[in-house]
Design a protein around this ligand. Structure first.
Ligand SMILES: *[C@@H]1O[C@H](CO)[C@@H](O)[C@H](O)[C@H]1NC(C)=O
Ligand SMILES: *[C@@H]1O[C@H](CO)[C@@H](O)[C@H](O)[C@H]1NC(C)=O
Ligand SMILES: *[C@@H]1O[C@H](CO)[C@@H](O)[C@H](O)[C@H]1NC(C)=O
Ligand SMILES: *[C@@H]1O[C@H](CO)[C@@H](O)[C@H](O)[C@H]1NC(C)=O
Ligand SMILES: *[C@@H]1O[C@H](CO)[C@@H](O)[C@H](O)[C@H]1NC(C)=O
Ligand SMILES: *[C@@H]1O[C@H](CO)[C@@H](O)[C@H](O)[C@H]1NC(C)=O
Ligand SMILES: *[C@@H]1O[C@H](CO)[C@@H](O)[C@H](O)[C@H]1NC(C)=O
Ligand SMILES: *[C@@H]1O[C@H](CO)[C@@H](O)[C@H](O)[C@H]1NC(C)=O
Ligand SMILES: *[C@@H]1O[C@H](CO)[C@@H](O)[C@H](O)[C@H]1NC(C)=O
Ligand SMILES: *[C@@H]1O[C@H](CO)[C@@H](O)[C@H](O)[C@H]1NC(C)=O
Length: 428
């Protein structure tokens, strides 16, 4: 009985071993065809590697602690290119489908004949944070399967190649922090799958094409730091999935379109340092997802209105300083109970009294800028310091400030103030 018992255990185990052995042998024998990348693609990658030198790693890579190293250094003749750093292959076809050379310290001019064009099956091309310069070859439009194209943080120049307009599968197009010139192309509206479009910090000119409104999947639209002019197309109000809109530091004019009140998923809206006029459509302030509205340093005028909203506000940052608003500060500012940063300096209340207790529900405030409100109301310093225990910067310059509220003095504020601006407040 013992022997029988043992053999019943041994037989399945040895069968199992044989099976595993055969399985692996088959694997090894099949390896040349199943596991090696295509020779012509390997050669294209090696040729691409030799088109560039190694330079310093991009400073941003150190900063972000990306997986930063010269990935192409490991590329050699005698191994499967699908196993090289930065390369992804299709599991069946062994075609190179992904090239991720972020932060690889590559330096040199891109030529139109770059052997990169011999990788026609790429779906991801990420050359971000290297030191490439020259024009992006128009042959980039031959990568008809491309889904992600990221070239940020290089020195690419010239126009954005129009052949990119043929890449209908693109969902992510990031070209920021380069030296691109010319206009934002109208054909951008043909890339109907785009979810992310980043063109910030280039030298782009002209108007924002209204065809942008044809990109219904867009969540991120970042054009800040260019030389864009003209008005914002109201078609942007069609982008119902938009979460991030940043167009600061351009020369845009006109009003913030009222259609922006329809951007129901908007989270970050940054449009400072332009020349916008008119009021802010109050519907904007009722979007529950909003965390940040940065519209300082424009020429916004008229009276400020925040609208009526029943849903709790998530707004953490509201920056409206250096505009030309006139009239009362809306009492409904009290509803933005999650504000950490509020900047209204200066704000022309036209000599009206200001009830500073409207700021008292803002218990999370860290930065509060209320300089030059053109009010005769005297602000009690200790009072306002008692509103938020987190306050670290308070600016009340150009207002009447008193420090005489005895009941507050006996109960002094406990927080650490880093900066207190009180010039021209009549304090001696
Ligand atoms: C790859 O092989 C070719 C020819 O065999 C040779 O000329 C080349 O220098 C090799 N490249 C590398 C990176 O080893
Ligand atoms: C690509 O073009 C550049 C300049 O136009 C030239 O120096 C280089 O030899 C060319 N490379 C190939 C592989 O043809
Ligand atoms: C690649 O694109 C260029 C310019 O767009 C075109 O002239 C060339 O025929 C294309 N090559 C291939 C292999 O498709
Ligand atoms: C791309 O968009 C332009 C207008 O911007 C249009 O004229 C053209 O037909 C579109 N091309 C394709 C292939 O859809
Ligand atoms: C996009 O917005 C424009 C202007 O606001 C409007 O005329 C157009 O009908 C909208 N298109 C779609 C598809 O919603
Ligand atoms: C917002 O969207 C609604 C419904 O889609 C539409 O009727 C309205 O005209 C839009 N408002 C603006 C200002 O575009
Ligand atoms: C706002 O400024 C614009 C442009 O300077 C002007 O046309 C408009 O009348 C101003 N509106 C108000 C309410 O002051
Ligand atoms: C907000 O509600 C108040 C009172 O309920 C009303 O007087 C005011 O007009 C409303 N404001 C807006 C912008 O709807
Ligand atoms: C302050 O308000 C008065 C109206 O009460 C107005 O005449 C004056 O120009 C305003 N001052 C500033 C600096 O806006
Ligand atoms: C003085 O401070 C107390 C407590 O913070 C406050 O209730 C009172 O309204 C203040 N009085 C004046 C005149 O500001």
């Amino acid at each position: 009985m013992k022997g029988f018992g043992n053999s019943t255990i041994i037989i399945p185990i040895s069968l199992c071993f044989i099976f595993i052995f055969i399985y692996h042998l088959e694997d090894v024998l099949a390896a040349p065809s199943r596991h090696l990348c295509r020779p012509e693609q390997r050669d294209a990658l090696l040729a691409f590697k030799n088109e560039f030198h190694f330079g310093k790693l991009h400073y941003y890579c150190e900063l972000q602690r990306f997986d930063s190293h010269p990935k192409t250094k490991s590329w050699g003749n005698n191994s499967d290119c699908c196993s090289w750093k930065g390369i992804t292959c299709n599991a069946q076809s062994r075609e190179v489908v992904g090239l991720d050379l972020r932060c690889s310290g590559l330096h040199g001019r891109f030529h139109s004949n770059s052997s990169l064009q011999n990788l026609p099956f790429l779906t991801t091309l990420d050359l971000s944070f290297n030191d490439f310069y020259g024009q992006v070859p128009s042959s980039v439009g031959n990568f008809s399967h491309l889904i992600t194209l990221r070239l940020q943080g290089n020195k690419f120049s010239g126009r954005i190649p129009s052949s990119i307009g043929n890449l209908f599968h693109l969902t992510s197009l990031y070209l920021p922090n380069n030296h691109f010139t010319g206009r934002i192309p109208t054909w951008i509206g043909n890339l109907s799958q785009l979810t992310e479009l980043g063109l910030w910090r280039n030298n782009l000119v002209g108007e924002i094409p209204s065809s942008i409104g044809n990109l219904p999947q867009l969540t991120i639209l970042a054009f800040w730091g260019n030389n864009l002019v003209g008005e914002i197309p109201s078609s942007i109000g069609n982008l119902s999935q938009l979460t991030d809109l940043s167009i600061s530091r351009n020369d845009l004019v006109g009003e913030i379109p009222s259609s922006f009140g329809n951007l129901s998923k908007l989270t970050y809206f940054e449009a400072s340092l332009n020349a916008f006029t008119g009021t802010i459509p109050f519907h904007l302030f009722t979007i529950p997802s909003l965390i940040s509205i940065i519209l300082s340093d424009n020429q916004l005028n008229g009276t400020l209105e925040f609208g009526n909203t029943s849903s709790p506000s998530n707004l953490e940052s509201l920056s409206l300083g250096n505009n030309n608003f006139k009239g009362p500060i809306p009492r409904s500012i009290s509803k933005f109970v999650n504000l950490k940063s509020l900047d209204l300096s200066p704000f022309d209340t036209q000599g009206r009294p200001v009830d500073f207790s409207i700021f008292s529900p803002l218990k999370s405030l860290q930065y509060l800028y209320l300089s030059y409100l053109n009010t005769t109301t005297t602000i009690d310093l200790y009072d306002i310091l008692s509103y938020s225990k987190k306050l670290s910067i308070l600016s009340l310059s150009g207002n009447h400030v008193s420090t005489t509220n005895k009941s507050s003095v006996s109960n002094p504020p406990s927080q650490q103030i880093y900066a207190l601006y009180l010039s021209g407040c009549g304090i001696t």
